[in-house]
Design a protein around this ligand. Structure first.
Ligand code: SF4
Length: 228
């Protein structure tokens, strides 16, 4: 099948196809709104798609509470991947606990240690991964296809079933299906990452404006999803 053909398919159809096509497949979840839509869809389809998360050690308490609510409600075994302890110990000893505020280079270093390296370990066990990326989340995600070869992690296939969804559609799904949601969303956090690198957004701001708010928009990726 030509991957372009998936552009007209529904999110559920894509998940069903992916679950049938790949034995080693998982959703990378930070338990944001989009992930909740996908977890709810997966639980209602006859597919085996695992869920994994990257526990950076700097997440909000509300995020852990949401993870636990999801685990209980859906009976899921969520796989957590942690950063390498030696690298975190080395980083904090050498540069302190807020080095990511000092420069873009330091911020990317922290994201690499706490997110990218654990993601690479998670992906090494997979043939395909699912994400909640949407095109209108930010200027770095406007070209996101629904299904494509992951050039950053060959030969994996990357599946973004909600690529063409709006935030309103996501919120509507979450409300109608009564999925658990991170309580921070009600406090104007549309996108939630690590606690020290996320703030609420102001009216009219981009949904990812609260992530690394001290940086320019074109830099607002942690290395998990590089702009195409
Ligand atoms: S989001 Fe912030 S705290 Fe989390 S890994 Fe990246 S730089 Fe480090």
């Amino acid at each position: 099948m030509n991957f372009n053909d998936f552009e007209t398919k529904s999110a559920q159809d894509i998940l069903q196809w992916a679950g049938n096509r790949f034995k080693r497949i998982a959703l990378a979840s930070s338990f944001g709104l989009e992930d909740m839509v996908l977890i709810d869809m997966i639980s209602k389809l006859n597919v085996e798609i695992a869920i994994f998360t990257l526990d950076t050690g700097r997440l909000h308490e509300e995020t852990y509470e949401t993870m636990e609510r999801v685990r209980v409600k859906y009976g899921l075994n969520v796989r957590s991947y942690f950063p390498d302890k030696d690298r975190v110990e080395c980083l904090t000893r050498e540069k302190g606990f807020y080095s990511f505020r000092e420069s873009l280079e330091n911020r990317k270093e922290c994201c690499h240690v706490r997110k990218v390296e654990p993601l690479n370990r998670a992906l090494a066990e997979l043939d395909a991964w699912v994400t909640g990326l949407r095109r209108d989340q930010s200027s770095t995600r406007t070209d996101t296809p629904k299904v494509h070869e992951d050039a950053d992690h060959p030969p994996l296939i990357k599946i973004n079933p909600l690529a063409d969804w709006s935030l309103e559609r996501v919120m509507d799904y979450v409300e109608k299906n009564k999925t658990p949601v991170n309580p921070l969303h009600k406090k104007n956090y549309p996108s939630i990452g690590c606690a020290p690198c996320t703030r609420p957004v102001l009216p009219g701001e981009d949904v990812r404006a609260g992530r690394w708010w001290w940086e320019n928009p074109e830099h607002k990726e942690c290395g998990l999803h590089r702009p195409r």
